[in-house]
Design a protein around this ligand. Structure first.
Ligand code: SF4
Length: 375
């Protein structure tokens, strides 16, 4: 496939792996966090960790939107969906994310709530037009990548004069989450970040400059293909070896320093910063989530239906909080692969393919088995 195959070339990957091995200083270790769940998935799917020397460790970050959605927000969505006048429109991944006490949207649907899976924001608009006597609520989640499509949807609903349409807004921001990881009480040690691909097409590379200049952490923005990742890791090794801490852009075919100005302007128009937002695993982070701006507040489902903010504790046996902060790996959780599988997720990291536990379940556990056989 054009634009994919050329970034999956085995010979080039082997060459990059050789270059990384040659440059990695055996006297030290390198700990790089890939912020984005798309990168976590790529690392597991293509077995990239197996191509790295033992002293380079990839640490999974919190950049999976489904994984960081706290149980309280799922409970709020269920509360909305159980109102008889509401049709709740959601992306499929959300259906199995655990709320409190084993609740999920899938179970609420089985009990009779009108919850419909959609593939795009336009599906939700169409459902609103087809059901003028019902209230349509779109469950919006995601980082800066998926916020512009939500903005376009709200503008379209406004243009069409839809009065039965609103958004349960759970959009979150990448830089405040990176800041929370670095400033946490018990931070994981990180020598550099692999910066997200799609998020950076929207926000550009400039928002990462404080982490490089102020915190001394190199950042390399990388695409999602295996060669992108290997090249980004090589660039990080070079920066660490040279004592540099800069923002470098491996994903130049899609990312610029300023990002997508039009998308950013649309988002700034339609959304406003929340004072705080709760993240699964990371706690409450200031200025890390979005709500509808005053000019578009009539589309805000939380205001329209007076849903109360809910903060509920995660299942204490689930290690998602430590995994999302890079402190533990999926196999450190005693529920991994026993009580918790993609069919029976106990925590959010086992739901989406971008979640660290789901990625390791799908690809990594076979490599673990092979390693055990080989040793
Ligand atoms: Fe949570 Fe399941 Fe991952 Fe354990 S295996 S950390 S319970 S998602």
């Amino acid at each position: 496939m054009k634009y994919s195959d050329e970034f999956r070339d085995k010979q080039i990957a082997t060459g990059l792996a050789r270059a990384i091995r040659a440059k990695a200083d055996p006297q030290r270790s390198y700990r790089f966090m890939e912020f984005c769940g798309g990168h976590t998935h790529a690392i597991a799917r293509y077995g990239l960790e197996d191509m790295l020397p033992d002293n380079i460790r990839m640490i999974h970050g919190p950049g999976c939107p489904v994984c960081v959605l706290p149980a309280g927000r799922i409970d709020m969505a269920i509360q909305l969906a159980e109102r008889p006048e509401i049709i709740l429109c959601v992306y499929g991944d959300l259906m199995r994310v655990p709320g409190s006490r084993g609740a999920s949207l899938l179970r609420a649907k089985a009990r009779g709530a009108d919850i419909r899976m959609v593939y795009s924001t336009l599906d939700a608009i169409r459902i609103a037009e087809d059901n003028p006597a019902r209230e349509i609520v779109f469950f919006a989640i995601g980082f800066e990548t998926t916020t512009p499509p939500t903005a376009v949807m709200i503008r379209l609903a406004d243009k069409k004069g839809l009065t039965n349409f609103s958004v349960f807004c759970n959009h979150v921001l990448t830089p405040p989450a990176m800041r929370a990881i670095l400033d946490s009480e018990n931070p994981v040690e990180i020598d550099g970040f692999v910066g997200p691909a799609h998020v950076s097409t929207v926000i550009g590379t400039a928002p990462y400059e404080p982490f490089a200049e102020g915190d001394g952490k190199p950042v390399v923005i990388a695409g999602f293909e295996p060669l992108d990742m290997m090249q980004a890791i090589l660039m990080l090794v070079d920066q660490v070896n040279d004592g540099r801490h800069e923002v470098e852009n491996q994903y130049r075919r899609a990312v610029t320093r300023v990002g997508n100005q039009r998308a950013k302007a649309d988002v700034a128009d339609i959304f406003a910063l929340r004072e705080t937002f709760e993240w699964r695993g990371l706690g409450t982070i200031p200025h890390s989530g979005l709500k509808l701006s005053p000019a578009f507040a009539r589309f805000d489902a939380e205001l329209r239906f007076a849903v109360d903010e809910k903060i509920v504790a995660d299942n204490p046996a689930c290690e998602c909080p430590a995994i999302l902060r890079g402190l533990k790996k999926p196999v450190d959780c005693k529920l991994f692969g026993t009580a918790c599988t993609p069919e029976t997720p106990v925590g959010s990291c086992m739901v989406s393919s971008e979640g660290a536990c789901a990625a390791h379940w799908t690809y990594g556990r076979f490599r673990d088995h092979q390693r055990r056989l080989a040793s």
